[in-house]
Design a protein around this ligand. Sequence first.
Ligand SMILES: Cc1ncc(C[n+]2csc(CCOP(=O)(O)OP(=O)(O)O)c2C)c(N)n1
Ligand SMILES: *[C@@H]1O[C@H](CO)[C@@H](O)[C@H](O)[C@H]1NC(C)=O
Ligand SMILES: *[C@@H]1O[C@H](CO)[C@@H](O)[C@H](O)[C@H]1NC(C)=O
Ligand SMILES: *[C@@H]1O[C@H](CO)[C@@H](O)[C@H](O)[C@H]1NC(C)=O
Ligand SMILES: *[C@@H]1O[C@H](CO)[C@@H](O)[C@H](O)[C@H]1NC(C)=O
Ligand SMILES: [Mg+2]
Length: 467
Amino acid sequence: MAITLPITWRGRCEGVIGKNCCHNVAIYNGPLLMALAAVVNNLEDAHEQIDTAISTALKESKPVYISISCNLPGIPHPTFGREPVPFFLPPITSNPLGLEAAVEETARLLNKSVKPVIVAGCKLRVAKAQKAFMEFANASGYPIAIMPSAKGLVPECHENFIGTYWGAVSTNFVGEIVESADAYIFVGPIFNDYSSVGYSLLVKKEKLITVQPNRVTVGHGPSFGWVFMAEFLSALAKKLKKNSTALENYHRIFVPSGMPLKCEKDEPLRVNILFKHIQEMLSGDNAVIAETGDSWFNCQKLRLPENCGYEFQMQYGSIGWSVGATLGYAQAAKDKRVIACIGDGSFQVTAQDISTMIRCGQNTIVFLINNGGYTIEVEIHDGPYNVIKNWNYTGLVNAMHNGEGKCWTCKVRTEEALVEAIETATGAQKDSLCFIEVIVHKDDTSKELLEWGSRVSAANSRPPNPQ
Ligand SMILES: Cc1ncc(C[n+]2csc(CCOP(=O)(O)OP(=O)(O)O)c2C)c(N)n1
Ligand SMILES: *[C@@H]1O[C@H](CO)[C@@H](O)[C@H](O)[C@H]1NC(C)=O
Ligand SMILES: *[C@@H]1O[C@H](CO)[C@@H](O)[C@H](O)[C@H]1NC(C)=O
Ligand SMILES: *[C@@H]1O[C@H](CO)[C@@H](O)[C@H](O)[C@H]1NC(C)=O
Ligand SMILES: *[C@@H]1O[C@H](CO)[C@@H](O)[C@H](O)[C@H]1NC(C)=O
Ligand SMILES: [Mg+2]
């Protein structure tokens, strides 16, 4: 039996801010690569291989693959002759001297800074450092921003939370506060072409402290290896002078953003109105799943209530990811009603997973955003290939439903119809899979997509670096 690797689209180009990137040629998924593939095709080493794979997955918080020949399961073997011994992985601890030195160096820089800020990155999750991060944030008094991929990892109701740092497409006032700080500590960042908005972040290395799962780097140096994120943040929390200057500055200049204009009766529904209503639906009993496309930007702007889950995938950015991810999330998190925001182009890649959602009795709400094509790609590099075949999306889902299980679909073109659909989905059809096809204009996008698309487009078309 052959091992099957998932077909991935591509990894985002990572690199030092402003350096050459790998364009979209190489499949470079360094930090997310699976940790191990075990091919079990005889009984003698089956036990060892399976143990190794499972413990590697647990140790590294990364996926592993186990392939087992189809004629082996079910055959007894002495290595499996007794009940498994309970598994315990002792936590790995930092080099104590390195930890102490890293804390001292970082505290020295932060203590003397006038208006430092914190920016959370997505590696907080694999480092299992979310609690330690909050200890540190609480002790510091600094404002907390998140990089786009850290959404969902930091409580957005915290009094120090200011929003998303994403260069030119940051939440209002957040880009300005971060980039004007005299020191910033990025915890678990990945700087790639997308998170850096086409390498346009105004982040200066001499003001930057980077905390990675196993390394801390202060400015241009020094750098401390075998220092683990959670331990480091907890220790740093006890060694910092509290300084709320940047947070006070933020509050002083902050002006709340406006509300989108209400749609007139029978006016075609606008995307900003759609997301205004999605925002109003959210509670701690939901999880939002955002597909690649303009949904990245619209969902990033949702203010998540306490305990509201959030998932998206900006490293591979593989379209169609969200349909399977929604299926899996809803199956695992029975206490949450998933709200998935999926573009038409992405949906066409993996639409059949809806069938399993119905079979499993899931009650997810899918907003299928039908703008007639690959709108995000239009803003990066346009061509006739960005127009897709229109489907009857509700017709397709109804065909999968086929009278078995609980499923409700509807098409909406106006605000009035949207409000009614949300009422039905959260009321009479609250136990059904609710599939709401939202029909919008092909050029109706978030403002952030337009800005980000222009910058990514410029980065993608710059001349190659000299050899
Ligand atoms: C597997 C894969 N193929 C192609 C791409 C390139 N790509 C990125 S976004 C996108 C279009 C997404 O369209 P849609 O889901 O309709 O989102 P919209 O921007 O229209 O909201 C494409 C083709 C990709 N990211 N992954
Ligand atoms: C930073 O300030 C804290 C609180 O005042 C103090 O305990 C700590 O020693 C200082 N550390 C450095 C390196 O300045
Ligand atoms: C941080 O502070 C918030 C409220 O200010 C509190 O709810 C939370 O428990 C604190 N977290 C940690 C880890 O100290
Ligand atoms: C922040 O730190 C600077 C530099 O040490 C200091 O001048 C300032 O008073 C501090 N501000 C607050 C509000 O703690
Ligand atoms: C699309 O599907 C819906 C729902 O099944 C159906 O009512 C409608 O007639 C279909 N539209 C077309 C143009 O076939
Ligand atoms: Mg689309």
